[in-house]
Design a protein around this ligand. Structure first.
Ligand code: ADP
Ligand code: MG
Length: 326
């Protein structure tokens, strides 16, 4: 990276700073500083790998997201993919393309947030790449994790009659974003769900270890769109009961004022909750599952997704899920 700003550390010193912040882990035999990281892998485990891109102006807006929050969020959304397989995250790799207008100090605010979130899950930063961007800030995060051999929960395992569950509450992040885009100030409860979502890693591991879920993914592009992935992969259909959607008190208050906002819970995106199916109908009662899960519907044979209202009439969601290419 060219040393462009008076306060800029230059690429080498910057990476040194990141390395100092990054810490170590038992499985990481060689971390930041060589051409590759070297990691130990247990023979009874399988390696899970996932990558996410976060592009300024597409995935985040620095007008209302701080660099520290962005660092935290970029870890959480990535770990959410490991959670969605029922895996345990181990190592992160961070690619940053940084525009001229951001100083080294500002980039280190980002990595501080990134590393504080990683530490919460005992995940280590094992490597990455750093360069200047002629355009927006671009972040690429790769996570590696593990699961017991054959225990990963795929999207393709749902069967007719399975119950459909979701963790936590839906729509909070999308409602916060809608308010921010309109120049309104979301309540703290909603804002937190948008700026610093939590990866449901512990819940994913519980579901995998106890063999409770037949299919699973994390909701990043909206409930209906992501349920569509399970339905398509499993070659089944689904009925969702609108009245059963888990909503936070803040979201419920907003929907009472404007009933159309329910569409944000159906297709808003960035919930990062786990959506899964199970042959077991009583998982709501399992107090050991955290966060609690709510049964929202049932897998059917129709190859369609239907949204049922309390009077049994069908509800048509006006919004599509998020699609970068549509
Ligand atoms: P190379 O020229 O082999 O790509 P670099 O100079 O880019 O090496 O990187 C040196 C070391 O620093 C490598 O171990 C790399 O993984 C690590 N690294 C570079 N950028 C980052 C970053 N943003 N986060 C974490 N590690 C990084
Ligand atoms: Mg490099």
């Amino acid at each position: 990276m060219k040393n462009d700003k008076p306060d800029s550390l230059g690429e080498f010193k910057l990476i040194q700073q990141i390395k100092l912040q990054a810490g170590t882990a038992e499985h990481l035999l060689l971390g930041i500083g060589d051409d590759c990281a070297i990691q130990h892998q247990a023979t009874d485990q399988q390696l899970l790998t996932s990558t996410d891109l976060l592009i300024e102006g597409v995935h985040f807006d620095l007008r209302w997201t701080s660099l520290e929050e962005l660092g935290r969020k970029s870890v959480a959304v990535n770990l959410s993919d490991i959670a969605a397989m029922g895996g345990t995250p181990l190592s992160l790799f961070l690619g940053v393309a940084c525009p001229q207008r951001l100083s080294s100090d500002e980039l280190l605010q980002f990595t501080r947030g990134f590393l504080s979130e990683a530490e919460k899950y005992s995940v280590v930063l094992a490597g990455g790449d750093t360069c200047r961007s002629p355009g927006p800030l671009m972040i690429s995060v790769t996570v590696q994790g593990c699961c017991r051999r054959g225990r990963a929960i795929l999207r393709s395992g749902a069967a007719m009659g399975d119950a459909i569950y979701v963790s936590g509450t839906l729509g909070d992040s999308a409602l916060a974003l809608q308010q921010l885009q309109r120049g309104e100030v979301p309540t703290r409860e909603l804002a937190v769900r948008h700026h610093t979502p939590q990866a449901r890693v512990a819940l994913g591991v519980q579901l995998a270890e106890q063999g409770l879920a037949s299919a699973m993914l994390d909701i990043s592009d909206g409930l209906l769109g992501d349920l569509g992935h399970i339905v398509e992969s499993s070659v089944v259909g689904a009925v969702i009961e609108l009245a059963k959607l888990p909503l936070s008190p803040a979201f419920r208050t907003a929907v009472e004022k404007n009933p159309q906002l329910i569409d944000l819970a159906l297709s808003g995106g960035e919930d990062y909750e786990l959506l899964f199916t199970s042959p077991l109908p009583d998982l709501e009662q399992r107090s050991e599952l955290s966060p609690a899960v709510t049964r929202i519907g049932t897998i059917t044979a129709t190859c369609e997704i239907e949204c049922c209202q309390s009077d049994q009439s069908l509800y048509q969601c006006a919004r599509g899920g998020f699609d970068h290419f549509s």
